[in-house]
Design a protein around this ligand. Structure first.
Ligand code: TRP
Length: 452
C-alpha cells in the first residue's frame, strides 16, 4: 500500500534538520524547564538523561527504521512489516493517531501563549523582574477565555496552512532557516542569566542531585518527558522515517538529533534556573515558569524588549516544526488510507483538535472547575498523553521489534543492507529494545501509576 510517488525530504541534511525540527519545540523551552523545576532539579535531570540514552534513543532508531522500511503512515506501516495474521500491531498506529490529537489540544494552547507573548514583549506589559507582577501578567492571559481560545485558533490556522503545502516544501524550508538563530539567542540568555547575582544557586539546583526527591512519580514524568522530547511512541518518528532517504544512516542521524535536542534543553535550563533564584521566583511554579522568567531575564538587559520579541518569535517557529510533525501522523493516515487529499485531511485534523482544544484552553477560566483525579483538562491531556500513551506506545514498538521483527531484519535495515559497518551497535540496540526498554518502561509506568 506504500505509495511510490510519496513526497519526501530532499537531502540527507534536510532529514536531519526536519527531524530536529520535530524534536526541538516547546518541550525544550517550556516543558523541560518547568518539569525540572517541579520535580526537584538535578535528580530529575539525571533520570531524564538515563531514559533518553537507554530507552529514547533506541526507540527512535527502530521507529524511524520501521517507517523507512514500509514507506507508509503509522497505521499502514504495521500492516506492511507485521507477519501475516498479526494485523493487530496496527493498533499502535491508531493509538498514535489519538495521542497526536490529545497532545495537539494542549500544545497548541501553549503555542498560543507564546504567540501572544511576542506582542506583549513589544508592548512592555510583561517587562518585569518581580515574581508577583509576572504571575499576574501570565494569569491575565490564561484566565481570559476569549484570548486563550483565539490564540489557540490562530496557532491552528497557521500550522494547518503550512501543512497543506506538503512535506518537503513546508516542513523542511521552515525548519532549516531558523533553528540556528534560536540557539544563538538561548546562548545570549544563558550569558545574562549566569551573570546575575546569586546565579550559582540555580546551577546547583540544576546539576547537584538530591536523590531523596526522586519518587516513582518523578521517574514516570522523566520517562514521559524523554518520549515527548524526541517525539517518540506515537508514530511521529515512524512517519518521518518514511520520508527518509534510503541511504540515510539512521543510527548516526538519530544520535545527532538526540544530542542536539538535549543541548537545547540544557541551554534552556541554564538560561532559566540561575534567574529563578536570582530574582526570587519559585522553581516549582509549573507551566507558567518560563512565561515569567524569560521576560525577567530579558528585562534585565539592554534592548531587552526587542530581543524578547525575537526570542518568542523563534520559539513560535520551533513550535511549528514540532506541531507539523504531530499533525503529520493523522494527516498521513487519513490521506493515505482514505484517499483524502492532504488539504482535506489537514482541515479535518485541525477541526478535531480545535474542538478537543476548547476544554484545554478554558482550563484556567470557564472550565477551571472540571477536574478529573485533581487534574484540570489541560493537565489531564498532558498527563494522559505524555505519561501514559507515549510510554505505552514505546513498549509496544519495542515488543514488536524485539520479539516479532527480530535481529536479522533489524540488522539488515539499520545497516542499510550491510553497507554500514555498525553490526555491534545494532546488537546493543536490539538488546536494549528487546529487554531493557520494555521492562524498564513497564516498571516505571506501573510504579508511577501506583499499580505495583
Ligand atoms: N518533541 C516536541 C517538543 O519537544 C513535541 C512533539 C512533536 C511530540 N512530535 C511529537 C511529542 C510526538 C510527542 C510525540 O516540543
Amino acid at each position: 500500500m506504500a505509495q511510490s510517488n510519496r513526497d519526501g525530504f530532499t537531502s540527507s541534511f534536510g532529514v536531519l534538520v526536519a527531524t530536529l525540527g520535530s524534536a526541538v519545540g516547546l518541550g525544550n523551552i517550556w516543558k523541560f524547564p518547568f518539569l525540572t523545576g517541579t520535580n526537584g532539579g538535578a535528580g530529575f535531570l539525571l533520570v531524564y538523561l538515563a531514559a533518553t540514552m537507554l530507552v529514547g534513543l533506541p526507540v527512535m532508531m527502530v521507529e524511524t527504521m520501521l517507517g523507512r522500511t514500509a514507506r507508509a503512515n503509522a497505521v499502514t506501516t504495521f500492516e506492511v512489516v507485521a507477519p501475516p495474521g498479526q494485523g493487530c500491531w496496527k493498533g499502535i498506529g491508531w493509538m498514535g493517531f489519538s495521542a497526536a490529537l490529545l497532545i495537539m489540544a494542549f500544545y497548541s494552547e501553549v503555542a498560543g501563549w507564546i504567540y501572544s507573548y511576542v506582542f506583549k514583549s513589544l508592548s512592555g506589559e510583561i517587562a518585569t523582574v518581580d515574581p508577583k507582577a509576572a504571575a499576574t501578567a501570565f494569569a491575565g492571559l490564561v484566565s481570559d477565555p476569549v484570548s486563550s481560545l483565539v490564540w489557540q485558533w490562530v496557532v491552528l490556522c497557521v500550522t494547518g496552512g503550512i501543512i497543506t503545502l506538503g512535506v518537503s516544501k513546508g516542513i523542511e524550508a521552515v525548519a532549516r532557516k531558523l533553528m540556528p538563530l534560536l540557539f544563538v539567542l538561548l546562548l545570549v540568555l544563558c550569558g545574562r542569566s549566569l551573570t546575575l547575582p546569586g546565579a550559582m544557586r540555580g546551577l546547583s539546583f540544576l546539576f547537584e542531585p538530591d536523590f531523596s526527591k526522586i519518587t516513582s512519580g518523578v521517574v514516570l514524568t522523566a520517562f514521559g518527558l524523554a518520549f515527548f522530547k524526541l517525539s517518540l511512541g506515537m508514530g511521529t518518528m515512524l512517519t518521518y522515517g518514511s520520508y527518509f532517504q534510503g541511504d540515510q544512516n539512521i543510527p548516526a542521524t538519530t544520535t545527532r538529533v538526540m544530542l542536539a535536542d538535549l543541548s537545547v534543553s540544557l541551554l534552556a535550563g541554564v538560561a532559566i534556573f540561575p534567574a529563578v533564584f536570582a530574582f526570587g521566583f519559585e522553581p516549582a511554579a509549573g507551566p507558567s515558569l518560563v512565561f515569567m522568567i524569560i521576560p525577567a531575564v530579558f528585562t534585565s538587559m539592554p534592548g531587552g524588549a526587542l530581543f524578547m520579541a525575537v526570542f518568542f518569535v523563534l520559539t513560535a517557529v520551533a513550535s511549528i516544526g514540532a506541531m507539523l510533525s504531530l499533525l503529520e501522523v493523522p494527516v498521513a493516515i487519513l490521506s493515505e488510507r482514505y484517499g483524502m487529499g492532504r488539504k482535506r485531511a489537514s482541515a479535518l485534523t485541525i477541526v478535531c483538535i480545535a474542538v478537543l482544544g476548547v476544554p484545554a484552553s478554558l482550563s484556567q477560566s470557564l472550565a477551571a472547575k472540571f477536574t478529573i483525579f485533581g487534574l484540570n483538562s489541560f493537565d489531564l491531556f498532558d498527563f494522559l498523553s505524555s505519561n501514559i500513551l507515549l510510554p505505552l506506545g514505546g513498549i509496544l514498538i519495542c515488543l514488536f521489534v524485539g520479539w516479532v521483527y527480530g535481529l536479522p531484519e533489524l540488522e539488515k535495515r539499520l545497516s542499510n543492507e550491510g553497507t554500514l559497518e555498525n553490526r555491534r551497535l545494532i546488537r546493543v540496540v536490539f538488546f536494549l529494545v528487546r529487554y531493557v526498554a520494555p521492562l524498564s518502561i513497564a516498571i516505571v509506568l506501573l510504579n508511577g501509576l501506583k499499580l505495583i
